[in-house]
Ligand binder design. Structure first.
Ligand code: AVI
Length: 320
């Protein structure tokens, strides 16, 4: 069963790489492939960088406002989290909840390693029963919805502005799917990184010690490891750009020379011109009104928004 799932993942990676690198004029690799074990460890480093204030802002807001967020929700409330991350930020919500009730917490992630890290971080909390769900966000949420007991309120956490890594339209569709899995009165706590001065954004995604560059380049290294590709990483350069029209940071990998790369595991070969880029991630930035519109368009009501005073970032409470 486990081997079959691994095979399926490898086949999907190969197909996505073939499709993405065949796109013209802009080649692409999907950002979900940034997060193998090395990429996930590099992302944890990014969250500590002085230039990348996003994760600290998210955590500050949760630490400061967990009590008032939960006062808006009835007892008993159970919690599901989309993308368990390290579990560090979630502690504030669970601690506030555990003060009043025994509760159940369902971290949902496709990565077994992420779920394991989450149990290590949160597994010893009194009054919190953890059940890891290894699944995609929507399949996982379906499983949580099936386990809820009558009268329970479900709080879904989608923190860290991961919604910003979706294109805007698929992001809206995703929120609608989440809404459809909830019952009236349930809630979604959505973290969103806000628009801010462009130099501040560029520094956050192109830091001086090169952690984000390593995170981005590791995607090619992953294809070398898993698909036997022959990307020479020294012939590529990390690039972060701000796209004004779309209000997003884009990460690209720029080919420094004309080169042909072979990817036997995907049965593919790609010719890159000098200066051509492979687009690897978008990180959309929001404003508060837009987030309220996103709530309405997906069938929620945006009940409250909390904004960090140091790094423009908002925690938004949507009610189904
Ligand atoms: C996970 N996600 C919200 C991060 C972001 O800011 O878009 C991923 C990241 N990419 C580069 N630095 C951080």
């Amino acid at each position: 069963m486990f081997a079959q799932a691994l095979d399926r993942a490898a086949v999907e990676l190969a197909a996505d790489v073939r499709d993405g690198l065949s796109k013209f004029p802009q080649r692409e690799l999907h950002s979900k492939y940034l997060y193998d074990d090395i990429g996930s460890a590099l992302f944890e480093v990014i969250t500590l960088l002085p230039e990348y204030g996003l994760t600290r802002a998210d955590e500050r807001l949760l630490r400061k406002h967990a009590g008032s967020i939960l006062r808006r929700l009835p007892s008993p409330t159970i919690v599901a989290e989309l993308g368990s991350g390290s579990g560090r930020k979630t502690r504030w919500i669970l601690e506030a909840l555990a003060k009043r009730d025994l509760t159940r917490y369902y971290p949902i992630d496709v990565s077994a390693a992420a779920l394991h890290a989450c149990r290590n971080e949160l597994g010893k909390m009194d009054s919190v029963h953890i059940t890891e769900i290894e699944a995609s966000y929507t399949n996982g949420l379906k499983r949580v919805a099936a386990r809820r007991r009558p009268g329970e309120c479900l709080l879904v956490l989608f923190l860290g502005s991961t919604i910003g890594n979706f294109e805007r339209k698929p992001g809206a569709e995703f929120l609608r799917q989440v809404r459809d899995l909830l019952a009236p009165g349930d809630a979604l706590l959505l973290g969103t990184d806000l628009v801010k001065p462009i130099p501040q954004l560029l520094a956050a995604y192109d830091d001086p010690i090169g952690a984000t560059a390593a995170f981005n380049l590791n995607l090619l290294a992953r294809l070398n490891r898993e698909l036997d590709a022959d990307f020479n990483l020294r012939n590529f350069r990390h690039e972060a750009r701000y796209n004004h029209a779309e209000r997003r940071i884009e990460m690209h990998l720029r080919s420094e020379i004309p080169q042909t790369v072979h990817i036997p595991g995907a049965d593919h070969e790609v010719e890159l011109r000098q200066g051509e880029t492979i687009w690897t991630e978008s990180s959309h930035k929001f404003d508060l009104d837009e987030v309220q519109r996103m709530a309405r368009d997906s069938g929620f009501v945006c009940e409250d928004q909390w904004v960090d005073s140091e790094w423009p970032f908002a925690e938004n409470l949507f009610r189904a």
